[in-house]
Ligand binder design. Structure first.
Ligand code: GTP
Length: 335
């Protein structure tokens, strides 16, 4: 993108900048990069991804801009930063030296075969032939060993890369995991919702769940009891999840469940099941064995409507939760 002539750059920036201003896009380097590319219209997948994100979210969240930037604008840049990892450098260096060695060994063997063929044309005595056979056998064993050693290097590199892949996935997960409950955190939720939205029809439902009177639990028993209760409810909710559902803890005693492929009426039945299950628990604080008074939760339920953005969906589900709290708690609201 940076090698274009200056008039073309100016023309594209003149298209990109008003678009960014109109859509209230923050003037970050990532955004400049992707909106410049958008204006150039030369990467249809990028334009489609931006259009679909704006349709669903109304905005272009920062983390999405970064993803799009690395995916479509400067894919090599991410390569570059990963390639700075010393372990990856080691793998690349090892592979380079073993590749050089095997190339040399194979080329030597080719020479040997060439020479052997030449000698065979003139060799007519048995001892002469025997020498050729022995020589060929020795060289074959040598190249065989070299190949084995190269295969081992390849296997080691493959294993190291597998390991690095696992570690990278874990690093990403750590950033999106709530250490208190081991559920996803708000960032994990946002990423998951973003992943679901482009494919969602009218069957993507959010359940926003909040433990009732957590402040009172803290005051009456102790804050540690409240925290232990949050963990307990997290485990219980997780155990009740249907297939194709995702749960995250947003803050305090507040959780969100995304259920895909479930319409409002079924999702509401599921919410009701969770509510009943929680209210029927006999919960003891494990350290003192104190039996807590009845614990309840309130739930807002909302299903994605047509071209609704994620923000609008989240606002509706929050309104429903607020309504459940204002009208007595320990209930679900889904309108
Ligand atoms: N023990 C504990 N308490 C927390 C934690 N995070 C937030 N809280 C408390 O949770 C309470 C959340 O407040 P609210 O949700 O506004 O009120 P609530 O007391 O739960 O009452 P309602 O939501 O109206 O039912 C506050 O008292 C916070 O101090 C936590 O990690 N551990």
């Amino acid at each position: 993108m940076f090698r274009k002539n200056i008039q073309q750059v100016n023309r594209l920036m003149r298209t990109a900048l008003p678009l960014m201003t109109k859509l209230n896009i923050a003037p970050t380097p990532y955004n400049y990069g992707i909106w410049y590319e958008y204006a150039s219209n030369r990467t249809p997948q990028l334009n489609q991804a931006i259009d679909s994100t704006l349709r669903k979210f109304s905005i272009l969240p920062d983390f999405v801009s970064k993803e799009l930037f690395y995916e479509f604008v400067l894919p090599n840049e991410r390569h570059h930063s990963i390639s700075q990892s010393p372990r990856l450098n080691d793998v690349a260096n090892d592979l380079e030296s073993s590749t050089k060695k095997i190339s040399k060994d194979v080329s030597n063997f080719e020479q040997t075969l060439f020479k052997t063929r030449k000698v065979l044309k003139t060799a007519n005595k048995p001892d002469h032939l025997e020498k050729v056979v022995n020589y060929l056998e020795k060289e074959t064993i040598k190249v065989n060993k070299a190949t084995e050693s190269f295969n081992r290097s390849l296997l080691e590199a493959q294993e190291e890369l597998e390991q690095l892949k696992i570690e990278l996935a874990k690093m990403r997960q750590d950033v999106e995991i709530d250490p208190m409950t081991q559920l996803a955190n708000r960032k994990g939720f946002e990423r998951q919702l973003f992943a679901y939205l482009p494919y969602a029809e009218d069957d993507l439902t959010l359940l926003l769940i909040d433990i009732d009177n957590l402040g009172l639990v803290n005051a009456e028993y102790d804050k540690r009891v409240g925290t232990s209760l949050i963990r307990y409810i997290a485990r219980l909710l997780h155990s009740l999840l249907p297939e194709k559902a995702f749960i995250a803890r947003l803050e305090g005693g507040k959780f969100v469940i995304i259920v895909s492929e479930m319409e409002l009426s079924l999702a509401s039945q599921f919410a009701e099941k969770i509510r009943k299950e929680v209210s029927s628990q006999k919960i003891r604080y494990k350290n003192t064995k104190t039996l807590l008074k009845q614990i309840t939760i309130s739930i807002g339920v909302a299903t994605l409507l047509g071209e609704e953005s994620s923000e609008q969906l989240i606002t509706r589900v929050q309104n429903n939760l607020d309504h459940a709290k204002q009208t007595g708690k320990n209930r679900i609201v889904n309108h």
